[in-house]
Ligand binder design. Structure first.
Ligand SMILES: [Zn+2]
Length: 237
């Protein structure tokens, strides 16, 4: 089975999808509770044609996504109150909120200690934590990318530009072999999972698709990638 990923725009909505090429005659679209759109397509199906069909079904896909969005996600929504846990690099930290004369976030001995100026409302706490996460995402993910780049250094490839942003359904993507976009939420995942996502995307510098060559390269660099991928799915569900 091979896989490819893509996205289309329908009005203002971006529909991100993955295509599994399987032995079948017709194309099947399914929307999963985590909002992922999976296309099962015949082995020889042409991607342009697939995109056209997705566009035709876009209204239905979005309706499904809205429908699933009504249910609480598998990870309970954070309420930003003391005692609940938050993830950083795969570890759980218990939130401890304090009022102070500065806004700050610190990780100490199992605690995510958040100090906020003025009234510590959940909204305010969320803002402070979100800002901290995005700053950490930029620092950590870049650091890990630099480490992972070692595997690719000798392959005579241009190092892609890094862009970190929130993404709804994907951990990463590589566009035109020059911009590597990574989901800022990755900073909550274990380091090896971040490495896996980065290495997967960097393998696309050489192989544009998910061909055998692609998986051979991925496996050469990261022999246990499947296990790590599974861990990412379980941890971050
Ligand atoms: Zn890929």
């Amino acid at each position: 089975m091979s896989l490819s990923e893509g996205s289309i725009f329908y009005g203002n909505s971006e529909i991100q999808f993955s295509v599994c090429y399987v032995k079948r005659k017709t194309l099947e679209i399914s929307v999963h509770p985590n909002n992922g759109v999976v296309i099962r397509a015949p082995v020889k199906a042409d991607l342009m044609k697939i995109r056209k069909i997705i566009l035709k079904r876009a209204k239905w896909i979005i309706k499904q996504q809205v429908y699933f969005g009504q249910f609480s996600p598998r990870t309970p929504a954070r309420q930003y109150i003391s005692g609940e846990t938050h993830l950083y690099l795969g570890k759980q930290y218990r939130l401890r909120i304090e009022e102070s004369n500065i806004d700050s976030v610190k990780l100490t001995r199992g605690y995510l200690k958040v100090q906020v100026k003025s009234e510590a409302s959940p909204d305010k706490v969320k803002k402070v934590i979100d800002k901290w996460y995005s700053e950490k995402a930029v620092l950590k993910i870049r650091e890990i990318l630099d480490e992972c780049w070692r595997y690719f250094e000798e392959m005579n490839l241009g190092k892609p530009k890094l862009q970190i942003r929130k993404m709804k359904t994907r951990w990463g993507s590589l566009s035109h072999r020059e911009t590597l976009t990574l989901n800022s939420n990755l900073v909550k995942a274990p380091k090896e999972c971040i490495e896996y996502v980065i290495i997967h995307e960097l393998c696309h510098l050489t192989y544009h698709n998910h061909s055998t060559g692609f998986y051979d390269l991925l496996e050469k660099i990261l022999p246990n990638w499947e296990k790590i991928k599974h861990k990412l799915e379980v941890k971050m569900a």
